[in-house]
Design a protein around this ligand. Structure first.
Ligand code: SF4
Length: 230
């Protein structure tokens, strides 16, 4: 298990303004640079990850580091994988506390969105690092709760891989399977030649976080594979 503190964060004003749709000519008394400096001082991006081995599989489940995960999609995605990388990542609690105490809904929204951008950067950073270190041309991600097939309740199994997560990374799982601090992510990175994004299998019409188009053909293929195994 490795813990990495101080993952680099890039809060370049131009990029963030584009992502938050802030037009400089309409910003008025709002000073983005100062705000980003404040946000930067409240973020402490860190992760814990492990190198785990894939074990026994059945029709709708797969074992990772001896823990059984119930998901046909994950099971299929790990068909040829031996080594995978479960992880938990967080920006820490400070930004969230500041956002709640601001009393300004727009600034609160900006801070929330900046936190999401930073977590995306962190996930990309960890993926790159592991690809480089282990020589995988491509790693993809799956997170419990991102698809109906792999429900949020499986966070419990994922967290069990890391022992006392509050101590190691400062992230706690609630009885409702939510991570605290809220601005945290978790999942399993796995080698995938074609690349995989849960959004490809998710038919939701409106989602501001969509990263790939819904692929009806691919969704049917996954269903077919599960059916033929079941
Ligand atoms: S489309 Fe949205 S809800 Fe569906 S998997 Fe992607 S991010 Fe999640």
């Amino acid at each position: 298990m490795e813990i990495i503190d101080h993952i680099p964060v890039n809060l370049e004003a131009g990029d963030i303004a584009r992502r938050l749709r802030i037009r400089p000519d309409r910003a008025g008394s709002f000073h983005l640079e100062e705000f980003l400096e404040l946000a930067g001082s409240l973020i402490s991006l860190r992760t814990v990850y492990d190198i785990s081995y894939v074990g026994a599989k059945d029709a709708g489940s797969v074992e990772v580091a001896g823990v059984v995960f119930r998901s046909g999609v994950l099971r299929h995605n790990l068909e040829n994988a031996q080594k995978v990388f479960p992880y938990i990542m967080t920006i820490g609690p400070e930004l969230e506390k500041a956002a709640t105490s601001l009393g300004d809904l727009l600034k609160q929204y900006y801070l929330e969105e900046i936190a999401n951008i930073v977590l995306e950067q962190g996930a990309a950073w960890l993926t790159d690092k592991l690809q480089g270190r282990w020589g995988f041309p491509r790693l993809s991600n799956m997170s419990p709760g991102s698809l109906e097939d792999w429900p949020i309740t499986e966070q419990r199994q994922l967290f069990s891989l890391f022992g006392d997560t509050e101590k190691t990374i400062g992230v706690r799982l609630t009885d409702h399977f939510l991570m605290l601090p809220r601005k945290s992510i978790s999942g399993i990175l796995f080698p995938s030649e074609e690349g995989f994004t849960a959004c490809q299998l998710c038919p939701r019409d409106v989602c501001p976080s969509r990263r790939a188009k819904y692929d009806e053909g691919l969704a049917a293929e996954y269903r077919e594979r599960e059916f033929s195994r079941g």
